[in-house]
Design a protein around this ligand. Structure first.
Ligand SMILES: NC(=O)C1=CN([C@@H]2O[C@H](COP(=O)(O)OP(=O)(O)OC[C@H]3O[C@@H](n4cnc5c(N)ncnc54)[C@H](OP(=O)(O)O)[C@@H]3O)[C@@H](O)[C@H]2O)C=CC1
Ligand SMILES: CC(=O)[C@@H](O)[C@H](O)COP(=O)(O)O
Ligand SMILES: [Mn+2]
Length: 392
């Protein structure tokens, strides 16, 4: 039986960067939280370690073969599931109080919708889900009275800055952007960058896909759309500001020109923990922000020509309908191709632009239309480019 005094936490994507940091938060607050269920993709060795340490009730893996192997290894009280049905079972487990959606990509959409129907509070890191179907997710959350608490550092900052405020009094949201791994390179220099260089984010240690998204500025583009849905703010009232240090995680300017910001060291365990304890705050082992040591903070306006992916995201958001579905799917496919070494860095933006140019947006799409457009975009893009690796 689940303990009555502890919150039951379930995690989609427990083996990823956010997933592992969520486990850290649970590990450091055993009196507050218990891990009920989790999903992994293909990292079975880490899944075994998590099972042994946390003894959850339900574990989901991506593939049937892994499910079959784990089932025979652990004969006892742990229930094993797999595939999309497995993700959904994690999302709606009876003992879940908070679902941490830390899976990568729009595969997180269906489990999110099911969790809302199951009236689970959702701590959402998985921005691709909100980009793809923000209108469906937020409407369903309102209909079912479910709270969606942001984990993404910028959105957690905005959420915290808005606490106790009147949402109608927002003048603008200011998302901060580090500039990513190539912030000091010009477009000419971007032609020859490598995957290894792209994976060196200046401030945050994150999964591969989001680190590339930071370097192309698509991460900020996805975050603009994410902010639009989470806070119900029009695109004209969402700005992006280059801020090298990632110390101010984001800000809100109000009608009276007051600006409220949230600051902290770049440590994702802080917003993850807040999403789990909200509206409470509890102590942790994270480092305190030392502004005197930092001395100076830097700010620069965003150059859309240098970072066209950010412009694509604003365009897709403003066009609306299925265009953000295409933006996201094209980005997922292109980043994957770059990570596999079959396209170069600047081809990521070319592929996204091409996919968007080929698409006629369908307004106010339902779930079926979204899934269809997502699949069609990925299938179309399979025909592009060579399978030859350009890097050794
Ligand atoms: N990392 C960060 O600091 C931040 C991340 N985010 C967002 O959080 C989400 C996760 O990011 P991050 O943790 O960096 O990503 P990672 O790549 O580190 O982790 C992704 C997780 O999802 C699992 N996964 C991937 N594809 C599938 C699939 N098809 N089926 C089942 N499981 C799958 C992986 O499993 P496995 O490895 O076992 O195969 C892994 O557990 C993204 O949406 C990202 O934009 C937002 C803010 C900050
Ligand atoms: C930690 C986090 O929330 C990331 O989304 C981070 O913001 C990436 O940094 P930039 O996109 O600002 O480079
Ligand atoms: Mn972020």
């Amino acid at each position: 039986m689940k303990s009555l005094s502890r919150k039951g936490i379930s995690i989609l994507g427990a083996t990823g960067s956010i997933g592992k940091q969520t486990l850290d938060v649970i590990r450091n607050h055993r009196d507050e939280f218990e891990l009920v269920a989790f999903s992994v993709g293909e990292n079975i060795p880490l899944a075994r370690k998590i099972i042994e340490e946390f003894q959850p009730k339900l574990v989901s893996v991506k593939n049937r073969e892994d499910w079959s192997r784990l089932k025979s290894e652990y004969v006892g009280n742990i229930h094993f599931v797999y595939g999309m049905d497995g993700l959904i079972q994690v999302a709606i487990h009876n003992d879940t109080d908070v679902l941490v959606n830390a899976i990568l990509g729009s595969v997180g959409l269906l489990p999110t919708l099911k969790a809302i129907e199951g009236r689970k509070r959702i701590a959402i890191a998985n921005k691709e889900t909100l980009v793809t179907a923000g209108h469906l997710v937020m409407k369903k959350a309102r209909d079912f009275g479910v709270e969606i608490i942001p984990v993404d550092s910028e959105h957690s900052a905005i959420f915290q800055s808005l606490k106790g405020e009147n949402q109608k009094e927002i003048k603008k949201i200011i998302l901060t952007a580090s500039g990513g791994s190539f912030r000091d390179l010009n477009r000419e220099q971007l032609k020859s960058v490598t995957v290894e260089d792209a994976l060196k984010h200046p401030n945050w240690l994150m999964g591969a896909k989001i680190t590339i998204d930071s370097a192309t500025m698509m991460n900020k583009g996805l975050e603009v759309i994410e902010a639009h849905w989470l806070f119900d703010v029009p695109y004209d009232q969402i700005d992006v500001l280059l801020h090298r240090e990632s110390t101010i995680h984001s800000m809100v300017e109000f009608q009276d020109k007051s600006v409220i910001a949230q600051l902290g060291t770049p440590d994702m365990r802080i917003p993850i923990q807040y999403a789990l304890t909200y509206p409470k705050r509890i102590p942790n082992e994270s480092e305190s922000l030392d502004l005197a040591k930092l001395g100076t903070l830097h700010f620069q306006p965003m150059d859309m020509k240098r970072f066209p992916c950010l412009q694509f995201a604003y365009d897709a958001g403003r066009i609306g309908g299925t265009m953000p579905v295409v933006l996201n799917a094209a980005n997922e496919v292109a980043v994957n191709a770059f990570l596999e070494g079959t396209i170069r860095f600047l081809e990521i933006e070319n592929w996204i632009e091409r996919a968007m140019n080929q698409h006629h947006s369908i307004p106010n799409p339902d779930l079926e239309t979204i899934l269809k457009v997502d699949e069609e975009t990925r299938n179309e893009m399979k025909k592009w480019g060579s399978k030859e690796k350009w890097r050794t």
